[in-house]
Ligand binder design. Structure first.
Ligand code: AGP
Length: 615
């Protein structure tokens, strides 16, 4: 998730674009850049690091004159964060510059075609391919920039929000969006472009939000012309008057980053599998796995090491890998693993999971495993993070920056990556039938819409939260794939509402925790129709007979648990191995609403840090 900003009008573009980038740093902050047109030529500067580093560089490097400019703060998806890979990108002629938020999935074949036609590339990015594709079309078809963008985009597959301008026609900026947000600020003979309204809300509250599949040609004097990318049909732009303040805009209109990130999960999951699976062809493509496939298929076992929520995702991974790929898995707390003198074999494969990619315990565990000769694979959310660079190979979750300390979209995207890996290994080992493999891909592709459906219970969950917000303790129970989700739900409640909560395997309740059950104890039971449903129903009956208060997370349409529990929260039906992607949603919302009702600092809970870079 990157941030893009653009300006064309009567003011100096530099201060507007630079400040706009600072406003968008929450969207991504591993590199930044600006391109300005000063009336004669394009001045471009970009650097790895934060916008402040770019500002320092700009003060010493380029004249910052010009009334048209574009800027970008990057959250890397293709190519590690460095100066060359940061945006804006020039076309080969130096006439066009572009900034881009999104992923062009078919950039490799396009790059090959352009290379064959004599184009050269300085970066590893999909964005540099796109700007040269636009230039190639413009030159070959002898068309204006807007038409060239429209033709070029119809040759791409993926997601984008772009802004591009031509030094030979500096009185216009062309923008387009598909799958990534783009807003146009409409001022008096001046126009702003940004990923959201925060960069221009202080100049104008009139905005056009492009719809997916739309593009716009923005001219200094002639205003905004909106078209459909697909067929170039003109669209009447709807200019709306924004009522949100700056802080609300940065949170996407949500009250907290945590809630925004809970609601981003459908997109985060689809962004994570995008470009890695082709359902129609029934294939998975993950370079980090495919290039080392023998290590995995010949592994004596897989060791998953992580902390906190990432450890819970790893535990879901254990159930998925053993069920689908039939590979023995052990999940270890990194903080324990690093000190207990573990047995590590050279034919072990270690998977290290970390949202931040900076957790000290996980990093130390990785180094220990490498010293013992194990192959270490990383699953991180921050491109270029320490752990992503320390591991032998890896796969990124494409969740975008996770600002809330309580991890939400990182958890579901980590499980998405683990599911893709398990399916790929199962296929390579020949332990899954082709129809079953296809069925899993088709179901994974339906998960984002099912997560969106689960989010629709938000108001009902808020009512349940209001009933139990004063509880002193809570018990979370789950079986099989949902035992780790019970642990994760308990952690969410603990870390943002400060209510004590425990997650337990449902069947283990009779070995102790059942002594805790009374009418003061809310028990959240994950009772989806898959797995050992009847056994969970018996557990619920045991709780009911001891007057426990039961909140059931059930498959939509369930009547049995509905007849027993005090409250039920429904989730859509899905495959057993994918239920964690859905059952975690109501638990995230429940903890969020309880914490808000208790006036806790949801995004920065006491005593906690987003990344634990110390022991
Ligand atoms: C989860 O909500 C917490 N913020 C915490 O447990 C976190 O998952 C843990 O510190 C691991 O962080 P990482 O994924 O960045 O390594």
């Amino acid at each position: 998730m990157c941030g893009i900003v653009g300006y064309i009008g009567h003011r100096e573009a530099y201060p507007i674009v630079l400040k706009g980038l600072k406003r968008l740093e929450y969207r991504g902050y591993d590199s930044a850049g600006i391109a300005l047109y000063d009336g004669e030529e394009i001045k471009l500067s970009k650097t790895k690091g934060k916008v402040a580093d770019l500002e320092t560089r700009l003060e010493n490097e380029i004249a910052t004159k010009g009334t048209v400019g574009i800027g970008h703060t990057r959250w890397a998806t293709h190519g590690v964060p460095n100066d060359v890979n940061s945006h804006p990108h020039y076309s080969n002629s130096g006439n066009l510059v572009i900034i881009h938020n999104g992923i062009i999935e078919n950039y490799e074949p396009l790059r090959q075609e352009l290379t064959n036609r004599g184009y050269t590339f300085t970066s590893e990015t999909d964005t540099e391919v796109l700007v040269n594709l636009i230039e190639d079309v413009k030159t070959k078809e002898k068309v204006k920039l807007g038409k060239a963008v429209q033709i070029a985009l119809n040759q791409t597959v993926g997601a984008y929000a772009i802004a591009v301008f031509d030094r030979n026609k500096p009185d216009e900026i062309v923008v387009a969006r598909l799958g990534s947000p783009l807003a146009i600020g409409v001022g008096e003979n001046e126009y702003f472009v940004a990923s959201d309204a925060s960069p221009f809300i202080e100049y104008t509250n009139n905005a056009i939000y492009l719809e997916d599949g739309e593009m716009a040609i923005i001219r200094r004097k002639k205003g905004v012309k909106v078209r459909k990318i697909k067929d170039d049909k003109q669209v009447d732009p709807y200019v709306q008057e924004l009522k949100m303040n700056l802080e609300q805009i940065e949170k996407g209109g949500y009250d907290h980053f945590m809630l925004k990130e809970i609601y981003e999960q459908p997109n985060a999951i689809s962004d994570t599998y995008r470009g890695r699976m082709r359902v129609s062809d029934g294939i998975i493509k993950m370079a980090g796995i495919d290039d080392h496939i023998e290590k995995f298929t010949n592994a004596r076992r897989i060791l998953i090491i992580a902390c906190g929520t990432s450890w819970h995702a790893g535990l879901v991974g254990e159930y998925i890998f053993e069920d689908l790929a039939r590979i023995p898995v052990e999940v270890e707390y990194a903080s324990e693993f690093r000190y207990r003198n573990p047995v590590i074999y050279q034919d072990d494969v270690v998977i290290a999971i970390s949202q931040s990619g900076e957790t000290a315990d996980t990093m130390a565990a990785i180094k220990l495993a490498k010293e013992k000769g194990a192959f270490v694979f990383g699953i991180c959310n921050v491109v270029g993070s320490s752990i992503s660079r320390e591991t032998h190979a890896g796969a990124y979750t494409h969740a975008g920056p996770e600002i809330g300390v309580a991890s939400t979209k990182a958890f579901t995207t980590q499980i998405t990556v683990l599911t893709l890996i398990a399916l790929q290994l199962a296929k390579k080992k020949g332990v899954i039938s082709t129809p079953d493999f296809h069925a899993h891909l088709q179901e994974l592709e339906r998960i984002p819409e099912k997560v969106a459906k689960a989010l629709e219970s938000n108001e009902h969950i808020k009512e349940v939260a209001d009933i139990y917000k004063e509880a002193s303790n809570c018990l979370y129970l789950g079986r099989g794939f949902n035992f780790p989700v019970a642990l994760e739900g308990a952690l969410k409640l603990k870390e943002i509402s400060y209510i004590h909560a425990e997650g337990y395997p449902a069947a283990e309740m009779k070995h102790g925790p059942i002594a805790l059950i009374d009418e003061q104890m809310p028990v959240i039971v994950i009772a989806t129709k898959k797995g050992h449903y009847d056994k969970v129903v018996s557990n619920i009956q045991e709780i009911k007979s001891r007057k426990g208060k039961i909140i059931g997370i059930v498959t939509e349409g369930d009547v049995t648990v509905k007849g027993l529990a005090d409250h039920v929260i429904e989730i859509p039906e899905t495959m057993e191995s994918m239920t964690p992607l859905l059952t975690t949603i109501p638990l995230q919302l429940l903890s969020y609403h309880i914490a808000v009702m208790l006036n806790k600092n949801v995004d920065q809970p006491r005593n906690l840090a987003k990344s634990v870079t110390v022991e």
